[in-house]
Design a protein around this ligand. Structure first.
Ligand SMILES: *Cc1c(COP(=O)(O)O)cnc(C)c1O
Length: 422
């Protein structure tokens, strides 16, 4: 990776000059300190920055609401009735899915529960759920509560896929061993496509094949993957996936999430599910008093008419992704994170260890570093200098250089300050 890379600010500037996506930085609001100096924002894995276009997209809907009231459902510039459809194609491209397989609705954990209603169908002998030992807490709580809901105990119902002793990363052969030994008792694998803590990007197709070979359903949490890596969900064969849009998709705090249901389940009306009027066939939805007629594919999982203002913010963001394309974005991301990795390697200290995989195919943009003898004060020192990173107890700092709005110079400056702080 370090082939040809150099230290020094002049080189960082040269990389920015040669970066075809450098113009997109200007399309985002970069937070500033009191003197108008930009923060160095490395936290797009937690909350993405605001596109400058978001305001006008939301204003459009406020204006149409003011001028049209309920008529806006059909007469607005972007009619509210089919509004979610304006997001589907771009969203499907980002995750590598067919439009039939994707919908924007609710929030991540809610969608996870709704999809477990369909895809976690335990029996008295096959009911266990595999998660990563470092699964995001919300996913763990969701899984435990599903076990309880079905009358099982989470202590033996949850199987953890753990890194080996002395290691931080997961090995696929350990998942294979779990499935070999306990596959007959396992109903569902629920795995983070990109682990939020280590930044490890797991091979979804391999996981999908291993799970299916033992008759397990396979679900993926893509919170840290969407807009970051190219998960090729359709091709991977996983049964379902869920994600949020406020991290790498820059749609604003608490904005709506998305979900994927593989085409192989699109027309299976026998799947159990929780439904509402928005699950019903669009053509006859307003005839009311009709027998339930569920829509095929992901759309059939919708329950309610959705919040248009949140969707407008998502549309602003997806229009940028549509213009840039994931291939170009990923290409820059690999270069930007490779540069960060290189500069970290140049720091003269034995206190830092990168725990994220060094192979770019096994990570997204985030690097997680473990700092020996550090406490949260190191993170605080960075924050005091307006370097926004993310601290995880006991000793991990996560840096997420985001290719849409972070520059090579951002990375350079951050490392200079980190060196001093160390
Ligand atoms: C951010 C994140 C969530 C957040 O869930 P919400 O329901 O949107 O609050 C869940 N899981 C993972 C892995 C995350 O990274």
């Amino acid at each position: 990776m370090s082939l040809g890379l150099k230290t020094g600010v002049a080189y960082a500037k040269e990389l920015d000059e040669n970066d075809e996506l450098s113009c997109y930085r200007d399309q985002f609001h970069i937070p500033k300190d009191g003197n108008g100096k930009n923060w160095i924002y490395m936290c797009g894995n937690s909350l993405g920055l605001q596109p400058k276009t978001t305001e006008s997209y939301i204003q459009q809907e406020l204006k149409d609401w003011a001028n049209l009231g309920v008529e806006g459902h059909f007469e607005a510039k972007n009619p509210w009735m089919p509004y979610h459809e304006f997001l589907t194609d771009a969203m499907a491209k980002i995750v590598g899915a067919k439009p039939l397989e994707v919908v924007i609705m609710n929030t991540l954990t809610t969608n996870l529960h709704l999809l477990m209603v369909s895809f976690y169908q335990p029996t008295s002998t096959k009911y266990k759920i595999v998660i990563e030992s470092d699964a995001f807490p919300s996913d763990r709580y969701a899984v435990e509560s599903q076990l309880h809901f079905h009358g099982f105990d989470h202590k033996n119902g949850v199987i953890e896929w753990k890194p080996r002793k002395g290691e931080e990363l997961l090995r696929i052969e350990d998942l294979e061993a779990i499935l070999d030994q306990q596959g007959d008792e396992i109903a569902l694998l629920l795995i983070g496509g990109v682990n939020y803590y280590t930044g490890q990007y797991l091979d979804l197709k391999t996981i999908s094949n291993l799970g299916h070979a033992k008759g397990c359903m396979v679900g993926i949490d893509l919170a840290h993957g969407v807009g970051n890596i190219q998960p090729e969900l359709h091709e991977s064969g996983v049964d379902f996936a869920v994600w949020c849009t406020y991290k790498y998709l820059n749609s604003g705090p608490g904005s709506l999430g998305g979900l994927f249901v593989h085409e192989k389940h699109a027309y299976n009306n026998d799947l159990k599910r929780f439904s509402g009027w928005w699950s019903h066939n669009k053509k006859t939805r307003f005839n009311m008093r009709q027998e339930f007629d569920v829509m095929p594919g992901a759309e059939g999982y919708q329950l309610s008419n959705p919040p248009i203002l949140s969707m407008a913010a998502i549309k602003a963001s997806l229009d940028i992704f549509e213009e840039v394309g994931m291939n170009a974005l990923r290409k820059k991301s690999v270069a930007l994170t490779g540069y960060l990795e290189y500069l970290i390697g140049q720091i003269d200290t034995d206190r830092i260890k990168i725990i994220t995989p060094s192979n770019p195919n096994e990570r997204g943009c985030q690097l997680s570093i473990q700092v020996k003898n550090a406490d949260k004060s190191l993170h605080q020192q960075l924050t005091d200098k307006h370097i926004i990173t993310d601290w995880r107890e006991p000793d991990v700092i996560r840096f997420a250089p985001v290719p849409l709005y972070n520059s090579f110079e951002d990375v350079y400056k951050m490392i200079e300050i980190l060196k001093k702080a160390l």
